[in-house]
Ligand binder design. Structure first.
Ligand SMILES: NC(=O)c1ccc[n+]([C@@H]2O[C@H](COP(=O)([O-])OP(=O)(O)OC[C@H]3O[C@@H](n4cnc5c(N)ncnc54)[C@H](OP(=O)(O)O)[C@@H]3O)[C@@H](O)[C@H]2O)c1
Length: 303
């Protein structure tokens, strides 16, 4: 396969993950920033004097991959249009189960029709944690896996909090209760005249993101005292290898959430250039596709 020497990646949405993608592109030997697409293009352009900052994708040229760094609920609407233009997409879509499979089915169809590749759910969770859970499962097919998140800031849940009418700014901190259960501590700064009780109800009942967890919403004057983009996960599996019980597997990460997500999305952008048209999830892609180096070098380094 003839790959371009430099893969040109455009960033859609210049928030915290968008910045993470930018920094990862700048440190990758085979990646080039094609531009940033932002609703706030004027102010972002001032912050990024050496980058092409535009309102729409068609204002950029020779884009190989678009990194969707927008709120996850917007991905199902935005990604198909990019694939229809024959451009690959990567996202860190963080809605699991039915939401995830529906997105996969849709993007797989559009990708195949327009000869483009979509990599879905390439953050740290979903993302590399998904790969680890799959490796644990193949090692001990019968058993129980728990993923305990945090304590740390969930970008996906924070995005949802900020989208609630009446919220000027907000974050959601995830605290592990053990056994894969969590408490969500939400801190909100309200807009003038906003009704706190209504906001609290909307957040605690928010489908998928908050409805199933114990959620505490606190009104604060400023987020400064609570802001920390660190996060982490502890994945534990107890299970059987063959007929033998008591196998114990564990994996732990502590990360800066948006920076690591940006880094993984850039590895996914590289992989997208090596795959046939269609959609792929974290359990679908050979690991060598994410890495720089020849196949022989990769085998020498890791196997
Ligand atoms: N899988 C994972 O492990 C993982 C980890 C972290 C984050 N994520 C996902 O990444 C997403 C982005 O997180 P983030 O922390 O970067 O969020 P953020 O800081 O709020 O940035 C999101 C950006 O999306 C753009 N945007 C476009 N339309 C928007 C709209 N209607 N409302 C709000 N923003 C809009 C904005 O950029 P412009 O103003 O420049 O247009 C905004 O800055 C989250 O939804 C989360 O699901 C996944």
């Amino acid at each position: 396969m003839n790959l371009p020497l430099q893969t040109r990646v455009a960033i859609l949405g210049y928030g915290k993950v968008g910045l993470g993608v930018k920094e990862a592109i700048e440190t990758a030997p085979d990646m080039e920033l094609a531009g940033v697409i932002s609703r706030r293009w004027k102010s972002v352009a001032k912050d990024l004097p050496n980058v092409k900052v535009v309102r729409r994708l068609d204002e950029l040229s020779d884009v190989d991959v678009v990194a969707l760094c927008i709120p996850s609920p917007l991905v199902p609407n935005k990604a198909p249009k990019i694939l229809e233009a024959g451009i690959n997409t990567v996202d860190s879509f963080d809605m699991h189960r039915d939401y995830f499979y529906r997105l996969y089915e849709g993007l797989n169809k559009v990708g195949k029709e327009h000869r483009a590749v979509a990599l879905i759910g390439f953050g740290w969770d979903p993302g590399i944690d998904s790969m680890v859970r799959a490796i644990f499962q193949l090692t001990t097919p019968y058993g129980v896996t728990d993923t305990d998140f945090g304590p740390g800031m969930s970008m996906g849940h924070s995005v949802i909090v900020r989208s609630v009418p009446g919220v000027r700014d907000g974050i959601s901190i995830t605290k592990p209760k053990g056994g894969g259960r969590h408490i969500r501590e939400v801190y909100v700064v309200l807009k003038p005249r906003a009704d706190f009780e209504t906001i609290k109800k909307t957040i605690t009942e928010y489908p998928f993101y908050f409805e199933h967890d114990e959620t505490n919403v606190t009104k604060v004057k400023s987020l400064e005292d609570y802001m920390d983009t660190g996060h982490g996960a502890l994945i534990t599996r107890r299970g059987k290898a063959g007929k033998t019980s008591n196998q114990f597997l564990q994996y732990q990460i502590r990360v800066d959430n948006p920076k690591v997500t940006g880094q993984i999305m850039v590895a996914a952008a590289r992989a997208s250039m090596r795959l046939d048209p269609g959609a792929y999830t974290p359990v679908d892609v050979p690991l060598r596709c994410f890495l720089t180096g020849t196949h022989e070098e990769i085998l020498g380094r890791f196997v």
